[in-house]
Design a protein. Structure first.
Length: 278
């Protein structure tokens, strides 16, 4: 095993910046569980595993032996000082293991939809300026759990490879396809698919009453503003999640202190509702 150099540490610490991640095509995965799952999933390329010297010197630690059992070459394991680990981490309490990985290629939207048509049914999530990394991570986890085929992100979305998003995914990197689209993409979606969206409009259909199309694009709006005007105008079906006290969007005001659901929670409920269709 080799020591992590100061130049490597300084360079990789900059991966907390979106621009640097995009330019280098790499990101850091932090924490025992996340690193282990990334290695076990085998979905993305892992360049180096960085391990704290404190971890290596701990006689009770089985981390390095377990890394070797998973096939990590000794020369790919780098030893870091606690100070270097703190520099690499973006959390108040730095973890003792990191992985330097390649960011998967973006989903080719045009070709992707062509392949989805061959399926009997498909579901694509369209995230319309989901800005909070925590929400982004939770939505991606739910998308994986409920078998979403792909996720589309508009320019105002949080970076899917933001460190907080990566932590939320807990190692499930590369498991789901993620593509980037301009806002105007919704004006010319593939004819094979129907654009639906969560919305609080009076004409929105309750989730339990939706007749889901075989090939669906489900749009989720921004945490504070909901769907942008361009997306809302393009919707063929508006859907709302009714509160306990009513079945209409306007009746949500009858629920004391709650105007709407968190974007990530609403997405999870909508995906569950979709999976209940015959």
């Amino acid at each position: 095993m080799h020591r992590l150099s100061e130049s490597q540490c300084t360079s990789w610490a900059k991966l907390h910046q979106r621009k640097v991640r995009k330019n280098l095509g790499q990101c850091l995965v932090e924490g025992h569980r996340s690193v282990t799952q990334v290695l076990q999933n085998g979905q993305i390329s892992v360049h180096h595993i960085i391990v704290s010297m404190d971890e290596v010197e701990d006689p009770s630690s089985q981390l390095v032996p377990s890394l070797r059992e998973m096939g990590v070459p000794t020369e790919s394991i780098l030893l870091a000082t606690p100070t270097q680990c703190k520099k690499l981490s973006d959390t108040p309490s730095p973890q003792t293991v990191f992985a330097l990985v390649d960011i998967p290629e973006e989903w080719d939207v045009a070709r992707g939809f062509e392949s989805l048509v061959a399926q009997s049914q498909s579901l694509v999530l369209l995230l319309d300026d989901i800005q909070d990394p925590g929400n982004m991570g939770t939505i991606l986890r739910s998308a994986i759990w409920f078998g979403v085929d792909a996720v589309l992100c508009t320019p105002g979305c949080a970076d899917p490879w933001n460190s907080k998003v990566v932590r939320s995914l807990a190692g499930a990197l590369g498991v789901i396809s993620i593509g980037q689209i301009p806002y105007e993409w919704v004006e010319s979606i593939p004819e094979s698919h129907v654009l639906c969206g969560l919305d609080m409009a009076k004409e929105a259909i309750p989730l339990h009453s939706v007749d889901w199309p075989s090939h669906t694009i489900l749009a989720i709006g921004n945490e504070g503003n909901g769907l942008c005007d361009t997306t809302r105008r393009a919707l063929e079906t508006q859907i709302h999640i009714p509160p306990a006290r009513g079945s209409k969007p306007e009746e949500s005001s009858h629920t004391p202190g709650v105007e709407s659901l968190n974007a990530a929670i609403a997405t999870s409920i909508a995906l569950y509702g979709y999976r209940q269709k015959p």
